[in-house]
Design a binder for this molecule. Structure first.
Ligand SMILES: [Ca+2]
Ligand SMILES: [Ca+2]
Ligand SMILES: [Cu+2]
Length: 343
């Protein structure tokens, strides 16, 4: 069984010049083939609900999508349309290694990457014996399938998380994120909830803090500086993950919505989602319909970009940017934060 499959998006990487839009598609993360996946859970019973570490996001209407023309057409960030949401809750930071460890200790949960024995690691982050570096993903040679890479070993078997307790947990699939949320009395955000919360109250801005990427040259988030994928100048201080509370929070008190790690959302991903639902009236609390296919192969929305994003290759560190991966996929730059219904 191939460890890293060649989904259409990944296959396009072999001829990037022919598919400029798709080319930008997978700086982000390669897909993995595995079996089995649970269904979606959209609400948490009031009695089981935990609001720990969550900020209240006020009810409101916002413009969802790319108001600046920055996006890749194939991602479906257009049309910009109004979305109305009731108040809800969002974690102020992504789930950390320490938090995930508490979950695993309490439940004995085994992640998809652990069950599979392999996960995707960025080439400069590999910490493994050569024999454990199995292969690169087709067309994205900076992604290596590493045997023994999992949330406890983000760079491979020789790495650990002792010094990364307050960093995002990574190598967690959408399935794993769902399991954590259920245990925590929380749920994944919908894509609309993610974007509205990430905007922090700023109307149609590019970033959670405004329209300018840096503050007079000072970085406001953890992305890539230098030449991707070979040389990172570390201007923002981090080659891979930063602590979950690094950098200033946005107007709602949320840290690192853009940059650091991709964040799973509840919704199935469709490039035509916005086009299909946009109309003259605001769309109320949209959530993508569940596709009628093998749950493991359903592509799930990921938001916010990661420490690998760079303007030269993938500018998905904007609040409007969209990406996706299959529910069973994991890599060293995908994590998640939880949401909840208002108390
Ligand atoms: Ca960085
Ligand atoms: Ca993020
Ligand atoms: Cu990216």
């Amino acid at each position: 069984m191939p460890l890293l499959d060649t989904s259409p998006a990944t296959r396009a990487e072999e001829h990037p010049e022919e598919h400029p839009a798709e080319h930008a598609g997978s700086c982000c993360s390669p897909a993995t083939s595995r079996a089995g996946a649970p269904g979606v859970r959209t609400t948490v019973p009031a009695g089981a609900r935990s609001t720990r570490g969550q900020a209240t996001i006020p009810a409101g209407t916002f413009w969802m999508g790319d108001s600046h023309g920055d996006g890749y057409a194939a991602d479906g960030e257009l049309p910009v349309h109004q979305v109305r949401l009731a108040s809800y809750l969002m974690d102020t930071k992504v789930v950390t290694n320490a938090q995930f460890a508490t979950f695993v200790k309490a439940t004995g949960y085994v992640t998809d990457a652990e069950r599979d024995g392999v996960s995707a690691v960025f080439h400069l982050a590999v910490d493994a014996a050569p024999a454990d570096v199995l292969r690169s993903a087709t067309g994205v040679p900076w992604w290596l399938a590493v045997r023994g890479a999992d949330w406890r070993h983000p760079g491979g078997p020789r790495s650990g998380i002792a010094d990364l307790q307050n960093h995002p947990v990574v190598h967690v699939s959408w399935n794993d994120a769902q399991a954590y949320c259920r245990w925590a009395g929380k749920r994944l955000p919908t894509e609309a909830e993610w974007e509205y919360a990430a905007r922090g109250g700023l109307d149609r801005a590019r970033y959670p803090w405004g329209d300018e990427l840096t503050n007079g040259g000072r970085w406001r988030c953890n992305i890539w500086q230098g030449d991707f994928p070979g040389h990172n100048t570390l201007d923002d201080g981090y080659l891979t993950t930063a602590p979950a509370t690094a950098f200033q929070p946005n107007g709602y008190g949320l840290h690192n919505t853009v940059g650091n790690v991709w964040e799973w959302c509840q919704d199935a991903f469709r490039p035509t989602e916005y086009a299909d639902r946009a109309g003259p009236e605001p769309v109320v609390a949209p959530v993508a319909a569940e596709p009628d296919e093998d749950p493991a192969q359903v592509r799930r929305v990921m938001r916010g970009g990661s420490y690998l994003c760079h303007d030269s290759y993938c500018n998905r560190y904007r609040v409007a940017a969209r990406s996706s991966n299959t529910a069973e996929s994991s890599s060293g730059n995908i994590g998640f934060r939880c949401a909840n219904d208002a108390a």
